[in-house]
Design a protein around this ligand. Structure first.
Ligand SMILES: [Zn+2]
Length: 569
């Protein structure tokens, strides 16, 4: 008895998978949709319906045994929809009896073999294999079995009673609407538009049935309902896919190619792929992120309100540079306690000073090796007046960034030395001098050491007061790239927030600072984000009226030049 129930359960699952395979023909996956699709095809053309059923049956059986299909894929009917398409196309032979039905079996197997191959090939590109297996089989069989230049497949006779055909179409539409009403209705609408357009252009709707009846609705529905289900983006992508597929279909039919090979499902497949690739590229661009536009508006508003925009960066080197040893602390000898490099200890102990000189020398050499540029895009924003100050946490930056003026190095500059008493700065002495002597200030005889403070420790008074000035004036703080939170920057952000500034995080790596509800986070590589930001902000004058003013001035100049030329004649 138990065996009977198990068998019954198996049989039921098998039937469900069989129907799902039929449903997949219209990008659906429920057994009810499968029954509707099968009924729809049968109503329109009984022999195609029979072929579809045979194909799906074969696919369901073979897919259950083949290890190439996972149990999940099989259960969703993904193993059987390629053979089902082949069966559908075989309907013509089932009706005419020209080719023995047994020959259908190897063709069905071939379509599954191609499907498995295309899945493997397309998975690194993250594209669905769709019905490429069936399509390739159709072309290959035609190439092998048909006379040179001929076409192997014949069309199954449509149901002689036209209302049955319409009822069949209604069944398939109902299956689509079950999956996603929005996507179904939209696909129907596009299909209708294509139908009317073809009719207005004096084409017989029957010759265009592959366009308005198959290519357009399938491309639209496939992208909309499956890959971007029911969303507005899906609607846009589906429409793009349908338009591209229709274009390819029309171009194919208009070209000499159409005399040899029918486009079949190829325009639909290409349309879906192109639209998926296009959407992937478009959504990867910062412009697709609402956060990007909020940041652009904030920066624009800050300028209008005469408030500063401040960038906080970890290091001056370009994007992609690894964390410097200054930030990671790798420059300090693990034998030496960090407290040895505090201001008071350095003032009193010669040994501490010597250890500090040695450690800083290592850091300086590293700076020499890894001279990056202050990201050119930060420099560009500064030059265009969108960015007023750059707070930098590292002590190494290329010399050309110094002339940018509005730089606030939080922990000093490794290329400089300073007197611990009066703070007088100068350049590094030769190695023979700092290695051998205890360097002293010319003015006050105080001890001289490299002009940096440790990462994460108290910053000097001059820098603190500059930060105070900035936080009172700034409207926006941009935290760019990898984050390295330390007490000084944490406090700076908190005070800037309290003073009414908006904090914006632009980074594609792990967050280092705690986020507040009013902050804006944009997960983007900094370079690309700033590139787009500079571009969009450069377009701002066009909207603010400054652009018209500038054009008018330019025209006035041209007019003045022409008058000058006439006068010279
Ligand atoms: Zn001094």
């Amino acid at each position: 008895m138990a065996a009977f129930f198990r068998l019954a359960a198996e049989a039921r699952q098998f039937l469900w998978v069989l129907l799902r395979g039929c449903a997949q023909l219209a990008f659906c996956d429920s057994p009810i949709a499968g029954a509707l699709v099968l009924a729809g095809i049968t109503l329109a053309s009984p022999f195609s319906g029979l072929g579809t059923l045979l194909g799906a049956l074969f696919g369901t059986m073979a897919g259950r045994l083949l290890p190439a299909y996972g149990r999940d894929e099989w259960a969703w009917g993904l193993a059987s929809f390629n053979p089902a398409i082949i069966g559908l196309l075989w309907g013509g032979f089932l009706a005419s009896g020209e080719v023995h039905p047994v020959l259908l079996l190897p063709v069905l197997a071939l379509s599954m073999l191609f499907d498995v191959t295309f899945r493997r090939l397309l998975s690194p590109l993250m594209l669905p294999s769709l019905s490429t297996g069936a399509l390739t089989t159709v072309y290959v069989i035609s190439l092998v079995a048909a006379p040179a230049g001929g076409w192997f497949w014949t069309e199954a006779p449509a149901n002689a009673f036209v209302p049955f055909g319409l009822l069949g179409a209604a069944c398939i539409f109902a299956a689509m609407a079950l999956k996603s009403p929005f996507a179904g209705v939209w696909a129907l609408l596009l299909s209708a538009i294509t139908f009317v357009a073809g009719w207005l252009a004096d084409h017989d709707p029957r010759t265009l049935v592959a366009l308005w009846g198959i290519t357009v609705p399938l491309a639209c529905f496939g992208v909309h309902a499956v890959f971007l289900r029911g969303s507005l983006a899906g609607c846009v992508a589906g429409t793009i896919a349908a338009s591209l597929a229709a274009l390819i279909w029309v171009a194919w039919e208009a070209s000499p190619l159409a005399r040899w090979v029918a486009p079949l499902l190829l325009p639909f497949i290409l349309g879906v792929w192109l639209s998926i690739i296009l959407m992937r590229e478009l959504t990867a661009v910062p412009l697709a992120q609402p956060g990007f536009w909020r940041v652009a508006r904030l920066i624009h508003a800050a300028r209008a309100a005469n408030r500063d925009v401040v960038a906080l960066i970890q290091r001056g080197a370009g994007p992609g540079a690894s964390r410097s040893s200054f930030i990671s602390g790798a420059w300090i000898d693990p034998q030496v306690p960090r407290a040895a490099f505090e201001h008071e200890r350095l003032q009193t102990s010669l040994r501490c000073r010597q250890a500090f000189w040695d450690a800083c020398d290592r850091l300086r050499k590293e700076a020499g090796h890894s001279v990056g540029n202050l990201p050119t895009r930060i420099a560009r924003l500064q030059r265009d007046g969108w960015l007023q100050a750059v707070v930098i946490q590292d002590v190494m930056f290329p010399t050309d960034s110094v002339r940018l003026g509005a730089m606030v190095p939080l922990h000093g500059d490794i290329q400089r030395t300073q007197c611990l008493d009066c703070g007088e700065e100068s350049a590094w002495p030769p190695m023979s001098v700092w290695r051998r002597c205890d360097l002293r200030c010319v003015g006050c005889q105080g001890a001289v050491v490299p002009a940096i403070t440790l990462f994460g420790r108290t910053i000097d008074d001059a820098t603190s007061s500059r930060l105070r000035e900035l936080e009172a004036r700034c409207g926006v703080v941009l935290i760019l790239g990898d984050e390295a939170a330390e007490p000084a920057t944490l406090a700076f952000l908190e005070r800037a927030r309290n003073a009414g500034a908006t904090v914006v995080f632009v980074s594609d790596s792990a967050p280092g600072y705690p986020r507040r509800p009013a902050d804006i986070s944009v997960a983007e590589p900094v370079g690309r984000f700033l590139g787009f930001l500079a571009f969009v902000l450069a377009g701002c004058p066009a909207f603010s009226g400054a652009w018209t003013h500038r054009t008018r001035r330019a025209f006035a100049r041209i007019a003045a030049g022409r008058q000058g030329g006439e006068a010279a004649e």
